[in-house]
Write a protein that binds this ligand. Sequence first.
Ligand code: DOR
Ligand code: ZN
Length: 420
Amino acid sequence: MKTLIKNAKIVGISASRPKETDILIDSEKIANIDSGISPKGADRVIDVTGKIVMPALMDMHVHLREPGREDKEDIKTGTRAALAGGFGSVLAMPNTEPAIDSKEIVRYLKDKIKEEACVDVFLSAAITKGRQGNELSDVEGLAKEGIKAITDDGDSVESSQLMLEAFKKAKENNIVVICHSEDKTLSKQGVLNLGFSSTCLGLRGIPKSAEFMRVARDIKLAEKADAKVHIAHVSCKESIEVIAKAKKKGIKVSAETAPHYFSLSEEDLWNFDTNKKINPPLRNEEDILAIKQALADGVIDVIASDHAPHTENEKDIEFERAEFGTIGLETELAVAFTELIKKNVLSWQELIDKFLISPAKILGIKKSLIKVGASADLIIFDPNKEWKVSKKSFYSKSKNSCFLGRKLQGKIERVFYKGK
Ligand code: DOR
Ligand code: ZN
């Protein structure tokens, strides 16, 4: 099968390329990139004048919920959502039931992924057995099975001693430790940011110190072990200050934020919308500005969704009882385009960096941009289309999006994965 894409404006490759060009896909691969490729011999021709073509992206923070919580999401529906969102690869989080903490579970999942996934799924494994924070998982055995990172995401490892051991093991096995930064003695039973909104709404607050104190500890421990540390879902200015300082010092730290942290604030919770109940919580305007600045100046390396599907029973209840988390795979590119590119925070090249080049580098995964001979994994994106996020539009099994009802600029028109 040969597909010819005409008049593509490609982003995410060297600036020396002509602005408008054609791309020929031959079965799984990109066979040619040139202006004026003849349509002779092509099975189909797609004219994409005015649209943007970019490589399929990578989301390094996705909860696929398998095994055990297939009522929320599974490999099939989660990867279908990833594909619809423009992602050719995802890193699955291990806070499943049971947790991904043994070679046996990893092997089981690899077989399932082969059968059911429609994009590349990479696995992370729990730092501690059962994510209980008491005993290290078999990091070496798990690394041999091909996991790309260890994390107790959803929780932080309380014991600093155990965390130091984890960093040492991760270094020996050349993988990164992904940190969910939360000091539970500070976040306690909080359900949203501690501040004006929590006071007015009469709900328990989570202080920013619960996050930045733990960010600081984990970076210190990583430094001591000379290991790679990745700070997941950064939500506040103070964490950014800690990370910036560590980067200056040459510590091997990378950082990630999610679209809701640069597009929503605690004030969006005044209607008690449980889809906006997320951990860490939505913060304030000054944090949004700091996150945008950190994305622009490179202190934050990665944008990832923290796609956290939950059932209606777990969300359509009182705010204090609802689960934390929002789905995000199918909205994140449009949110990033609307909030970052349209507002001149990032260029397209920088956005591809946050959504593909940096995560691939952090996880040690080889991914190529759009070039001849590469796998034909690409997105056709219409920057002029405006759309409203609705439950109907989601492929994800769960519909708990914090962006429901929001108008976004830019829509994915088509995604190619391995030429299909
Ligand atoms: O809001 C969140 N939901 N934050 C996390 O860290 C975990 C996630 C989940 O698994 O639902
Ligand atoms: Zn987390």
